[in-house]
Write a protein that binds this ligand. Structure first.
Ligand code: UDP
Ligand code: MG
Length: 314
């Protein structure tokens, strides 16, 4: 199978028929073998009935329905598990992404050899103040911390080599950082394509202002986990040591000063408080490091490696 198209959705019943007809047309024009997998993320409107009708009407349209709303990341993860195509494409269900982009995205994976191609909504049709400006800041931070040169990390329209989606796990709200997760797993060829973005025709956005707070928190987490997930003590121990050294040098200074001048009062000096907090802080960091090592040691994926190729061993 050439293509799997994964579409997570929450209460998008109005868009689905139009979206399906459009996808079907594009893929048949390009003579590609494909499947479309809708993941209904606990919709409370008519979406699931609409998906049932669509799957009767077109052969290759399938659906998974969650018992309740688990979030876009969970929906994508479930779609990744189910996908059978050589190239996997994700897109939003609200008609903001254009199915016309699919053939070109696929070409970039197959012919240009990209592991991931991310869409870039260069010209956006969203509310400028609440979305476009925060999203610029957010993307700059993600670029800086991950070293991946993408303009639009959170674009719903992306294409992947099959191997990428089978090797990563998306949970929480980490769908914003799939390229970062994939880079952490060793997939380095990450490309970008300017895609057409359209105004939302039906329904409303499912993400409010919390997206920015959560997005930044997740960025910290993911940068940390990618780097130190398997060796947390190297992070906590380093900072713990730095704190201890600061504390120790303050103590040495205080004691030396006391020796030189016996009237020197220890407890009303800034160095005294610095020494105290630095030693306590350093100890906390070391304890966190030990606990984190115990957690990492028991993690199911502590010995999961992705094998790129083998010679003589099959
Ligand atoms: N979505 C989802 N589960 C959620 C929230 C959103 O499956 O909990 C889907 C939604 O139906 C849409 C896509 O994720 O297909 C992107 O959501 P939305 O259009 O609301 O985001 P925006 O375009 O405003 O960033
Ligand atoms: Mg949208």
């Amino acid at each position: 199978m050439d293509l799997s198209i994964i579409i997570p959705l929450l209460n998008e019943d109005e868009s689905l028929p139009e979206l399906s007809a459009w996808i079907e047309r594009v893929l048949i024009e390009n003579s590609l073998s494909y499947e479309v997998i809708f993941i209904d993320d606990g919709s409370t409107d008519n979406s699931w009935n609409v998906i049932e009708d669509i799957s009767q009407k077109y052969n290759c349209f399938k659906g998974i329905k969650f018992q309740r709303n688990y979030g876009k990341s969970a929906a994508l993860n479930e779609g990744f598990k189910a996908a059978k195509g050589d190239v996997v494409i994700t897109m939003d269900a609200d008609l903001q992404d254009s199915p016309d982009e699919i053939p070109e995205l696929r070409k970039m994976i197959i012919e240009d050899g990209f592991d991931i191609v991310s869409g870039w909504k260069k010209k956006r049709y969203d509310n400028t103040l609440t979305k476009n400006i925060p999203s610029k800041i957010f993307n700059a931070a993600a670029r800086l911390s991950s070293g991946i040169k993408l303009h639009d990390f959170n674009c719903g329209l992306k294409a992947y080599k099959r191997k990428v989606v089978k090797s990563i796990e998306v949970f929480g709200e980490m769908h914003r950082y799939i390229p970062v997760i994939a880079k952490g797993a060793g997939f380095k060829k990450i490309g970008e394509k300017v895609v057409e973005h359209r105004a939302r025709k039906y329904g409303v956005t499912k993400f409010g202002w919390e997206r920015f707070v959560n997005g930044f928190l997740d960025l910290f987490t993911i940068s940390f986990v990618n780097k130190f997930g398997k060796r947390p003590m190297h992070f906590f121990g380093l900072w713990g040591t730095i704190f201890f050294l600061i504390g120790l040098s303050s103590f040495v200074y205080l004691i030396a000063a006391k020796f030189i001048d016996s009237d020197f009062s220890l407890t009303n000096k800034p160095a005294f408080y610095i020494a105290l907090t630095a030693v306590i802080g350093g100890m906390q960091l070391f304890l966190s490091g030990f606990v984190a090592e115990l957690v990492a040691r028991n993690a199911a994926e502590r010995n999961v490696y992705l094998i790129e190729d083998k010679i003589g061993l099959f």
